[in-house]
Design a protein. Structure first.
Lengths: 385, 132
């Protein structure tokens, strides 16, 4: 096994790209990352994507992206793990380079969601849940999260308004990210009056339906310095899984998959939560942000919300989260999200996060969650001195 | 879900047939043929009573394809009396009357279909227990 580094990053703006297809979104991000890395060729491309077949009428996107990127002939395939597809593709790329089988890998996360009509998108996203025992009952993905949020409020005595700091923080940070979908701040008052989607989840608890693509280029760490002036080492790459269905979990309010994933990542990197300078967590819904903070060891059970209420999730807080807007404000093009998170951690570790720069960031963590917690993929990145 | 997929689930949908682990006695629903507690093979059928209580719930206004006719409808995580939890729609109750801990019981209802030549899918929903 050898160390792996990220030597290039690229991303498209997240939004409604009416004029751009799936393949061209992927291409833009990939070309951006290869240009940033200063390479014109890679040995393999792993594409993270969840719903190309359902929403864009296209499977087999590995070879497609390779072809349209002018890289016809290289190894390429799609990796799918629901909303965790992006980080799953990075995990594949990491293993390929770490094993010594492949030298230069491009990882692309891409999703094209806005071409489909609302009910079709809702049905497609529900594919992340248990098809026979959740989705078949007419349950939507938002409803699954809403039930978790309601139970959390019931068990620990929080009000809906207590969740406001997550959306406020994400939007505040999205303002300064040119790639974010939402670049306007919101107030707690606006959060309180946002339209209800699926009680208790309202519009501002929820990440948007959108399009986008992000990419990174990986190389052996020993070669990274010669290829890049600001390489970032992948200090840990780890996966944990859990039941697809929430009703099958040991305790629905505990993300066992996230506990396993972060524990494995901390062990591999030889660090603990106290060493992490920023955490790009999976805030698809504000309740997921809370449960992630608890599972990753930043708060005790039932106390994740306290961190936010005490102002500890901002750029200058104890554990900055969603530093470039998160899923909430940057946007959540599902299969691309995991790669966006990693691109943003790299920006932070390079000192290129502009107004949102976490001072002297050295170790950053990104955690991408598939479904309601069935696949959890954690990467810890370290600035190479 | 297609016809064959629905047909395979009829024992679960109509009668809540799950499983009992012969080794440790754990009751299992939905069936999975392996005990989640001790990993022993568990294929002995066990019919659940259909009695339970609401663990959590939400009301859906933007339904997925195939469920438009029911919207708005309330879904719930239900803790069965025997222990396992399942996901189902609530019926015969206004959404603002639902609460965590509410006793409920299984009934058989139309789940979806019946339009545009689609076969009707029947299955379990849950209603307030006092109606029985």
């Amino acid at each position: 096994m050898r160390d792996v580094a990220i030597i290039g990053i690229g991303q498209t703006e997240v939004g409604e790209h009416w004029e751009t297809s799936l393949r061209h979104l992927a291409l833009r991000a990939l070309q951006g990352a290869m240009q940033d890395a200063g390479v014109t060729q890679v040995d393999a491309i792993y594409v993270g994507n969840m719903l190309s077949g359902e929403l864009a009428g296209q499977e087999h996107v590995g070879a497609l992206v390779a072809d349209f990127a002018g890289l016809r002939g290289v190894e390429a395939f799609k990796v799918e793990a629901a909303c965790g597809s992006g980080a799953a593709a990075l995990r594949m790329g990491y293993m390929a380079v770490a094993s010594g089988l492949v030298n230069l890998v491009a990882v692309v996360g891409v999703e094209k969601m806005t071409d489909a009509l609302g009910p079709d998108t809702t049905s497609a996203l529900a594919l992340a849940a248990d098809g026979e025992y959740e989705a078949a009952q007419g349950v939507t993905f938002v409803a699954l999260n809403a039930m978790l949020m309601r139970r959390y409020m019931y068990e620990y005595g929080y009000s809906h308004q207590d969740f406001a700091p997550f959306a406020v923080n994400a939007h505040r940070n999205g303002v300064n990210n040119p790639y974010a979908m939402f670049r306007f701040p919101i107030t707690p008052e606006r959060f309180a009056t946002a339209p209800m989607i699926c009680d208790p989840i309202n519009l501002l608890d929820s990440s948007p339906i959108c399009d986008g693509a992000a990419a990174v280029v990986l190389a052996p760490a020993e070669a990274a310095r010669a290829l890049s002036t600001k390489p970032v080492r992948i200090a840990a790459s780890a996966v944990g899984t859990d039941t697809l269905a929430i009703h099958d979990r040991r305790d629905p309010l505990v993300l066992d998959g996230a506990i396993l994933s972060t524990r494995r990542a901390y062990e591999q990197a030889g660090v603990g939560p106290q060493d992490i300078d920023l955490f790009e967590l999976h805030d698809a819904f504000s309740i997921m942000a809370v449960l992630s903070l608890e599972a990753a060891g930043f708060a005790e059970r039932g106390r994740g919300l306290r961190l936010a209420l005490e102002g500890e999730i901002g750029i200058s807080g104890r554990i900055p989260v969603s530093t470039m807007g998160g899923l909430k404000a940057r946007g959540h093009p599902v299969g691309a999200t995991g790669v966006y998170q990693v691109v943003e951690v790299v920006q932070q570790l390079r000192g290129e996060a502009g107004a949102n720069q976490v001072p002297d960031a050295r170790l950053g963590m990104a955690q991408n969650i598939g479904g309601s917690g069935a696949t959890v993929i954690t990467h810890i990145l370290e600035r190479m001195e | 879900m297609n016809v064959a997929g629905n047909w395979r689930l009829q024992q679960q949908r109509y009668r809540l047939v799950g499983e009992e682990c012969e080794k440790c006695g754990t009751l299992i629903f939905p069936p999975r043929d392996l005990c989640p507690e001790c990993e022993a093979p568990a294929k002995m059928p066990y019919v659940f009573s259909g009695q339970g209580e609401v663990y959590s719930y939400s009301t859906i206004y933007s339904p997925p394809r195939g469920f438009e006719e029911f919207a708005p409808y309330t879904v719930a995580l239900i803790r069965l009396k025997e222990g396992p939890m399942l996901t189902a729609q609530l019926t015969d109750v206004e959404s603002d009357k639902v609460y965590i801990g509410m006793p409920v019981e299984m009934v058989t209802r139309k789940i979806q279909g019946g339009d545009e030549g689609n076969p009707i899918v029947y299955g379990y929903k849950f209603r307030p227990a006092h109606l029985g």
